[in-house]
Design a protein around this ligand. Structure first.
Ligand code: ADP
Length: 709
């Protein structure tokens, strides 16, 4: 009876302990709440070890629960020395295999010092979460209650693990969310800082900047505009066209129209208006530009715009336009065109006037070929001979060029071009040139030359009086010879018998003297005639001697001592003999005139011919007269300049024209002692440039008549 009682009491106690353990196991999830997987496992294994007095408990979690498999082994101290945990796990895994449904409920195995009973408890329905192995050496393990507790522990572990996994996933998600929020916050902070910077920049931009809502109402206007216009932000925002009150009254209508067209069409706008500057009450020109910002669907979000002060530019442009118009007008009045030529690319730009001079359509592309087609064929040949274009391409020279244009109606235009070489910003050679239509001047010069030559002829006729004595002397000699011979002839024929042979001889002498007289008269006629210039081969010494013969009596009358110094080796020259004699005669007469008051020294007049440098000949007439004022040296050659009471001031001017026509030059110098010397130098054969005056490099010495040598 007692035994029975004791058994019952033991059973009751065991059941009570089992219930306690069950309660303890059922409370585990509450303990785990908030914990992670390792805490779940830690508590579970400790609880089982203690509760069931296990010698070994292990747990293996599969990848379905954790990222890397977990294996934990707990061994009781009483179990004696054991291999390392991972070897135990390997041995257990090997014994069980992967297929949980086939696991036996109990395994007996040799481990440590003796036999152990091992209970595999799959986690999850099929053990997909892992496995718990509980092992004890004592016999009868597991008892029924222990098996119950183990199963409850396994299912509690499942719940705990699932929840822990869920929590861990939630934590991961929360962490990720936090990370993203932090990243986004950082991005937004940076964007905000950038935005602040941009707004700051917009406020400080040296132009007025603003934005408009889709209906045209300003929503942002920077400080620059507010300070310029003196308007407040609230005022500008009050209605779409509040800003227009700052526009010049004359511009308001156009400004308003452009503004609303741009806003309503959604295209934005660009317009120029005058805005009032509040600071000084002046209106200044501004450029207003607005572009549109749209959303993904193409709806207008905003208009973004600027208002730029272009008053200075506008004034400069106007000034430029006026000065261009001025220049164009000047070019038109002066018939001066200009062009720019880049030899490297043959790019040619012409001014409008140049098109007009060339009678080409303004703006048509200009090529060297086109220019060549207008230039007179003779001058094209000259240009090609001078290799002008090649020279320009090769180096930087300045050029002066006179040429003719042959227009479609066969009329001729005379041009004078001056080209200056510069470099553009890329260092490429560039020619800037001005071309003047000098046709009118040229025709006037020709008319003047003609008038001068007529005047010269009057002057020559006037000087005829002075030469009468000389002519009388020249003519008198043969004339008295003729008279003497004629009376001798008559006397001989009247003799008885008539002296026929003597009469024939005197008749021959009469004829000879008659011829001499006719030669003298022919020379005089040539000198005083107005015939057209001719070109012939001239012996300058002979021409000098003829002039001397004509003027010797007058010179003698003035007590002039003439000293000819004529070079023996003087080459023949090509030119107009009579014209050159007119020059010589003029120089001799001037020299004689300059000495007419000289009493204290011989009135010596030297006439010298000699070879000059570079195949030229030179003639000098040097007197011992009164000389001239060095200050007036430049004017001696001007037409109508004279210091003589009976002078006309034409001689030197005409002489210079004649010498220049022979491509020579005529100049005057003062002697070391008293008197002056007038010289001319002409090339033996002047290059035959009858019309085009040719091309010369500006750096070459000027070849013109001058008062100084
Ligand atoms: P004209 O002899 O009629 O005055 P020219 O043209 O021949 O005209 O000469 C112009 C001026 O040049 C002269 O009036 C004179 O003052 C000056 N002149 C010319 N030749 C000489 C000379 N040999 N010596 C000094 N002065 C001269």
């Amino acid at each position: 009876m007692d035994v029975q009682y004791e058994q019952d009491a033991g059973e009751i106690k065991r059941l009570q302990r089992c219930i306690n353990d069950l309660v303890c196991l059922l409370a585990l999830p509450a303990l785990w709440s908030g914990g992670d997987i390792s805490q779940v496992l830690d508590t579970l294994l400790n609880t089982l070890m203690r509760m069931l007095r296990l010698d070994l408990v292990s747990v293996r979690l599969n990848l379905s629960v954790v990222e890397t498999p977990i294996e934990i082994v707990r061994v009781a101290q009483s179990f004696g020395p054991m291999p390392p945990a991972h070897e135990i796990c390997e041995a257990l895994n090997h014994s069980l295999g992967d297929n949980s449904p086939k696991w036996p409920p109990l395994l007996r195995n040799l481990m440590g010092d003796g036999e152990v009973s091992m209970v595999p408890l799959p986690l999850g329905l099929q053990g997909e979460l892992g496995v718990i192995i509980a092992a004890a050496q004592r016999a009868g393990f597991p008892q029924q209650t222990e098996a119950l507790l183990l199963n409850v522990a396994a299912s509690q572990a499942c719940i705990g693990l699932q929840e822990a996994r869920l929590r861990s996933q939630q934590k991961c998600i929360a962490d990720e969310l936090d990370r993203r929020v932090a990243r986004r916050t950082a991005e937004l902070t940076a964007a905000n800082a950038e935005l602040q910077l941009q707004v700051g920049l917009l406020q400080r931009l040296p132009v007025s900047a603003w934005t408009l809502k889709p209906d045209g109402t300003p929503d942002f206007v920077n400080r620059v505009w507010l300070e310029y216009s003196g308007q407040t932000l609230d005022f500008v925002r009050s209605r779409p066209d509040a800003w227009i009150s700052a526009v010049h009254p004359e511009d308001r209508e156009t400004a308003s129209r452009s503004f609303w067209e741009g806003v309503r069409s959604g295209q934005g706008f660009a317009m120029e208006t005058r805005f009032l500057r509040a600071r000084d009450g002046t209106y200044r020109w501004h450029l207003n530009q607005a572009v549109v910002l749209r959303d993904a669907e193409g709806r207008v979000l905003k208009f973004v715009g600027t208002t730029t002060d272009i008053d200075d530019q506008k004034r400069a442009k106007e000034k430029l336009r006026r000065s261009e118009a001025f220049l164009a007008e000047g070019q038109r009045l002066g018939q001066i065109g200009s062009y720019c030529w880049r030899p490297a690319t043959d790019e040619i730009t012409w001014s409008a006037e140049l098109y007009r001079i060339y009678e080409l359509e303004i703006g048509m592309p200009v090529t060297l070929e086109l220019i060549r087609s207008r230039v007179h064929p003779d001058d094209v040949t000259l240009i090609e001979k001078m290799k002008l274009v090649d020279q320009a391409r090769e180096g930087s020279h300045d050029f002066e060029w006179r040429y003719r244009l042959l227009m479609p109606d066969q009329s001729i235009k005379y041009m004078h071009a001056v080209a200056h070489s510069t470099r553009d910003q890329n260092g490429q050679s560039e020619y800037m040139a001005s071309v003047q239509d000098v046709t009118a001047r040229r025709l006037a010069e020709e008319a003047r030359d003609k008038a001068q030559s007529e005047l010269a002829s009057v002057a020559r006729v006037m000087s005829l009086g002075a030469l009468t004595a000389s002519i009388a002397h020249e003519v008198n000699q043969p004339l008295s010879g003729i008279i003497t011979n004629a009376s001798t002839c008559l006397r001989m024929l009247g003799a008885d018998p008539p002296q026929v042979e003597g009469a024939r001889e005197t008749a021959r002498r009469t004829i000879r003297d008659g011829n001499r007289m006719s030669e003298v008269i022919a020379r005089l006629r040539a000198l005083f005639s107005k015939k057209e210039p001719t070109t012939e081969s001239v012996n300058l010494n002979d021409a000098v001697l003829e002039v001397i013969a004509l003027s010797i009596l007058e010179l003698q009358k003035n007590r002039v001592v003439l000293c000819p110094e004529l070079a023996d080796d003087l080459p023949l020259i090509t030119g107009d003999r009579v014209q050159l004699q007119q020059v010589i005669l003029n120089l001799l007469r001037n020299g004689s005139d300059a000495m007419c008051t000289v009493e204290d020294r011989p009135r010596q007049l030297v006439i010298r011919t000699e070879r000059d440098n570079g195949d030229r000949v030179r003639l000098t007439v040097q007197d011992a007269g009164i000389g001239f004022d060095p200050q007036a040296a430049d004017r001696l050659f001007d037409a109508f300049y004279t210091t003589k009471c009976d002078g006309m001031g034409i001689g030197l001017s005409v002489s210079r024209s004649i010498i220049e026509r022979h491509h020579g030059r005529l100049w005057a110098t003062l002697n070391e002692g008293p008197g002056a010397a007038f010289s001319f130098s002409i090339p033996r054969t002047p290059a035959g440039l009858a019309h085009a005056d040719g091309i010369r490099n500006i750096q070459a010495p000027a070849v013109t008549g001058s008062a100084a040598a």
